[in-house]
Write a protein of this length. Structure first.
Length: 132
């Protein structure tokens, strides 16, 4: 299986700002900045899988870079994939994610390449494990 690792600082800073701007609670509202879920690190997965008595066949951090043609395409993707996960009201979802993508681009100037494509970087942990 594949688990998001949450290693995109521009995304999370922009998201935190948008939750404040739109007076919404973030899904991670009650987590301290210093507390990283064990399921977001390789070490955490090793511990969780050993505790559950799984044999690890493969465990890798995979950094992905998905290129979108432009900001609008990334916004459309986020509206379709993240609205429900983050509990964003549908009627403001396109505005929320449009502002989020604009802010991400301000925070990380390398998101947009010389050809105008928008790069959405996200790390994932790939896990292959079997019951002992």
């Amino acid at each position: 299986f594949v688990v998001p690792a949450g290693k995109n600082p521009a995304l999370f800073q922009a998201a935190n700002e948008m939750f404040v701007k739109y007076h919404l609670d973030s899904p991670w509202k009650n987590q301290s900045i210093s507390s990283v879920s064990p399921a977001r690190t390789l070490e955490g997965w090793i511990s969780l899988l050993k505790e559950a008595e799984f044999e690890i066949r493969s465990l890798k951090m995979i950094d992905t870079d998905t290129a979108f043609y432009d900001k609008e395409e990334l916004v459309a993707s986020m509206v379709g994939t993240t609205t429900a996960n983050w509990n964003i009201p549908l009627e403001i979802s396109s505005y929320f994610f449009s502002d989020l993508v604009d802010r991400m681009c301000e925070l990380d100037r390398e998101i947009i390449d010389e050809e105008g494509r928008v790069h959405y970087k996200l790390s994932r942990i790939h896990v292959v494990a079997v019951v002992k």
